[in-house]
Write a protein that binds this ligand. Structure first.
Ligand SMILES: C[S@@+](CC[C@H](N)C(=O)[O-])C[C@H]1O[C@@H](n2cnc3c(N)ncnc32)[C@H](O)[C@@H]1O
Length: 305
């Protein structure tokens, strides 16, 4: 049971389904644009499906023959399953408590807790994080599902996976370390996070069939009282190209590192033919919105490399 993501996913406003209507429509439109030729019998998997508030399950269940839902958090998956139209429930497979980092296979969560609780030295913690970074490259995740899906989707996972959980656990022990040590430990976590994201991209590409499609969206830039979205400037731009340029500028100046790492890596691994990039504003809650990026495409075939 992963309490961290359970708490995070259940910390939602009552009216979230309504608040996210526009976001859900953007996600649905982007899926539609990415899948012009989807056949009725196709198999789709959604990674990080969580509560499923960003997904139109009527639309998705009509598209596909089989829909597999994956998340580390069992509680939110239960909420998500309640959105599935009864007539389509036979199409659903759910893989609950599935850790897409593979860190559970390495007993990472127990080990890092022990290191923090015993106030291990900064050197020992950094060394352990570096070892894990090497080990995760050899893991097999969802091995029996390799090349199984016509469509692999990822719902805002880059900014959620690993780092925020690890950082919040470390925060409780940070007082035992000096400023430089805290910096070294969080730097090592970031290096591990980036490797986890690269491996996550590899996982998505391993799950999709050769002619299949990968579709993902990720929160990219947080806009709140401190960083206000330059609405007037954005909407005064005349062309889509100029708007995308402004989004890129914001992405490099204010973007969340995890999202940039994941997007740039996956972008390079998708075939330029038919690859799509888009963006929209996700009104997450009363206090913050996210500029969200969507990326989709097919695997770059080996012959292009
Ligand atoms: C931002 S949420 C996606 C939004 C979600 N579709 C919704 O509407 O609630 C990201 C999801 O990634 C899941 N997640 C985070 N780390 C994970 C991991 N290591 N393995 C599997 N899922 C993970 C979280 O539990 C969460 O449900």
């Amino acid at each position: 049971m992963n309490y961290f993501y359970g708490d995070l996913n259940s910390d939602r406003e009552e009216n979230r389904w309504e608040r996210w209507t526009g976001h859900r429509q953007e996600v649905t439109t982007f899926i539609g644009q990415s899948l012009p030729l989807l056949r009725k019998t196709d198999k789709m998997v959604i990674l990080g499906v969580g509560n499923g508030d960003d997904l139109d399950f009527n639309y998705l269940c009509n598209l596909v023959h089989e829909l597999t839902l994956v998340d580390i958090d069992k509680g939110s998956m239960e909420k998500c399953l309640s959105y599935i139209p009864v007539a389509s429930s036979h199409k659903i497979q759910s893989l609950v408590e599935c850790d897409l980092t593979g860190l559970d296979q390495l007993s990472y969560y127990d080990q890092i807790s022990k290191l923090f609780k015993s106030q291990a030295s900064m050197e020992n913690i950094v060394q352990y994080l570096n070892e894990i970074k090497t080990q995760i490259k050899r893991l097999r995740i969802l091995e029996t599902h390799v090349s199984s899906y016509d469509v692999v989707m990822s719902s805002a996972v880059y900014t959620q996976i690993y780092y925020i959980q690890s950082l919040s656990e470390f925060a409780a022990y940070a007082n035992f370390y000096n400023e430089n040590e805290v910096q070294s430990i969080t730097d090592a976590m970031k290096v591990l996070r980036d490797e986890i994201i690269i491996q996550y991209n590899k996982l998505m590409l391993s799950l999709v069939k050769n002619d299949g499609t990968v579709i993902l969206w990720t929160d990219m830039v947080r806009t709140d009282q401190e960083f206000v979205f330059p609405e007037e400037e954005f909407y005064s731009l005349q062309s889509e190209e100029e708007r995308i340029k402004l989004i890129y500028k914001m992405m490099f100046e204010h973007g969340r590192e995890a999202a940039i790492t994941g997007l740039l890596d996956l972008y390079a691994k998708l075939s330029p033919e038919g690859r799509k990039v888009t963006s929209w504003v996700w009104p997450f809650n009363n206090d913050r919105h996210y500029i969200t990026m969507g990326l989709s495409g097919t695997k770059e075939s080996m012959s292009h490399k």
